[in-house]
Design a protein around this ligand. Sequence first.
Ligand SMILES: Cc1cc2nc3c(=O)[nH]c(=O)nc-3n(C[C@H](O)[C@H](O)[C@H](O)COP(=O)(O)O)c2cc1C
Length: 246
Amino acid sequence: MAKKPALTVEIRTRNRHKTKFMTKDFPQPDLIPLEFRKIENESEQLKRAEDFYKNLNLRRTVRDYSDRDVPIELIETAILTAGTAPSGAHMQPWRFVVVKDAEIKRKIREAAEKEEYESYHKRMSEKWLRRLAPLGTDENKPFLEIAPYLIIVFRINSIEEDGEKEPTYYSQESVGIAVGMLLAALHNAGLATLTHTPSPMRFLQEILERPKNEVPFVLIPVGYPAEDAMVPNLKRKTLDEIMQIV
Ligand SMILES: Cc1cc2nc3c(=O)[nH]c(=O)nc-3n(C[C@H](O)[C@H](O)[C@H](O)COP(=O)(O)O)c2cc1C
């Protein structure tokens, strides 16, 4: 097959008035036919859309867990699902560390409760505490030891190739989307989750011995709810409140 010409890119010099054209040896686009699952009729589309909404509308943040074990395959499949998320320049800037080990969970709880004590008693504003009050949360985090798994999501903020450092593009947005998909996948598999951010979360990097370019993003206990689990009585915004068509 004939070799395609190299990609020509326009590169601006430091002097903004001059534009230099350079030919760079960039990889060629590698395109394949789209695999797209068509849903033939609109009533079926609507039914699926409504079923999906009804299912996700039942997701709640759970803070009371049972210690019942969870098959690791459920965790693995949910993480695979999260890994299908779109990402800036397809850099997939995420790492999911799954903790089952009791001693590591104990260390995480101890460090998280220390940070949370500082937050609740010294760092959070009165306004913030007022917002949190209806949720009934405080610095005590027993679920960090009771839930069978903790998934700690790290955001990879840069990579190194041939000794050169390069940022990952839009990593906050990318990891946020992946976490949303992870929470949805775990919920769909019949598991409960908590989106936990015991800030600052640097201790997770230390306890889990992750490199400096992996920044803790969120800590997610996963398991089954305790029999008597309670949740705050929250109302979600209506469609009118969250959507605008122009
Ligand atoms: C980015 C983010 C951080 C959160 N951090 C915490 C947290 O540290 N502790 C906690 O108990 N809940 C935390 N939550 C859970 C929220 O309080 C919860 O999502 C919200 O009250 C709505 O409840 P729901 O998830 O049941 O709909 C967090 C949620 C998000 C999205």
